[in-house]
Design a protein around this ligand. Structure first.
Ligand SMILES: [Zn+2]
Length: 325
């Protein structure tokens, strides 16, 4: 099958689209109508299947696993507000299974789905996942879920509308879906230069002129880096996806989440003696040291701007509830 070229916006169908930059063999486009950032063309399904085997999966540090599960429990409780009844939960695109395990510990009947066989094998070994609780092919599943959780998956998929539609079909009446994804065009990312400069700007320079690369950072195209992330979403386009997937306006809610203040920071590298303990890491620390005061200053500014709501959050959440008719 050939790669699909996008003549119009893949979400709102508008032809008011504009190419921002080249990105290897892809281009990154912007829709003026719904503010979507997206890849053109999209890779083929087969390409993505091969690309993802073992790719996204990093074995988490043993000592961090328990902490991750505790954090997940708090997060799930806040996002879903679970009832006392023992209901069915699906961790959709579950990766290392922290949400799957957290839901088990919250006394839900927890199911897991991931296309990556390595990730699934890890969850079996680490969290005792068994065949009965693995959803292999979503389309063939005859189970209905009360809660579906999808954390940073939708931006990787070619067809997000079909993805949400599929989830809707698996949802009980009164059931809820939480979809977390990076927030397109956010300003919070400016405070994470290891991501914006290293991950986006320097890579952009490989395929575009300096002025084009600088301009693209002003347009804030981040979180779209095909073939990994094919989209970068915001409020408007997520609402369109929900509507096209069959949800009524009253069933849709948009929430936001922030990137932890010191995530991807030089300070976190400097202090991580467990991971960085070689001679090379020692030399890296010497290089980092003089930059640390500037980073701490920038974190104080970031904190202040967040407090007065002057930064758009790095993450967005689409919360969907299938109401009883
Ligand atoms: Zn659009």
């Amino acid at each position: 099958m050939n790669e699909k070229q996008n003549k119009s916006c893949p979400i709102c169908d508008s032809t008011q689209t504009q190419k921002i930059i080249n990105w290897d063999r892809y281009s990154i486009n912007h829709c003026r109508q719904c503010k979507l950032i997206y890849s053109d063309p999209f890779p083929t399904n087969q390409f993505l299947k091969d690309f993802y085997q073992g790719f996204l999966f990093n074995i988490p540090d043993k000592r961090n696993i328990e902490k991750q599960i505790e954090t997940r429990k708090q997060e799930l409780n806040t996002l879903f507000k679970f009832s006392k009844e023992r209901k069915k939960f699906l961790d959709y695109g579950g990766g290392t299974g922290s949400a799957y395990k957290a839901a088990c510990e919250l006394n839900l009947v927890s199911y897991y789905h991931d296309l990556d066989n390595e990730a699934e094998a890890f969850v079996r070994k680490e969290h005792g996942l068994t065949n009965d609780f693995i959803i292999d092919k979503i389309k063939n599943s005859h189970i209905y879920f009360d809660y579906i959780f999808s954390d940073n998956v939708i931006e990787h998929l070619i067809n997000p509308i079909d993805y949400v539609k599929e989830m809707r079909e698996m949802l009980t009446d009164g059931g809820e879906i939480i979809i977390k994804t990076p927030h397109g065009k956010n300003t919070e990312s400016y405070f994470y230069p290891l991501i914006t400069i290293k991950g986006y700007f320097l890579r952009t320079l490989k395929y575009n002129s300096l002025s084009k690369s600088l301009q693209s950072c002003l347009i804030r195209f981040w979180h779209c880096d095909p073939p990994r992330h094919l989209y970068s979403f915001s409020d408007l386009n997520l609402r369109i996806i929900a509507k096209k997937a069959g949800f009524k306006e009253s069933e849709v809610e948009i929430l936001y989440y922030h990137i932890p203040l010191f995530k991807y920071s030089l300070l976190s590298i400097f202090l991580n003696f467990r991971k960085y303990h070689s001679l090379k890491s020692f030399l890296l620390r010497i290089l980092i040291l003089p930059v640390l005061p500037f980073e701490i200053m920038s974190k104080i500014i970031q904190y202040g701007l967040l407090k007065i709501n002057l930064l758009t959050p790095g993450g967005i959440i689409l919360k969907l509830k299938k109401r009883l008719n």
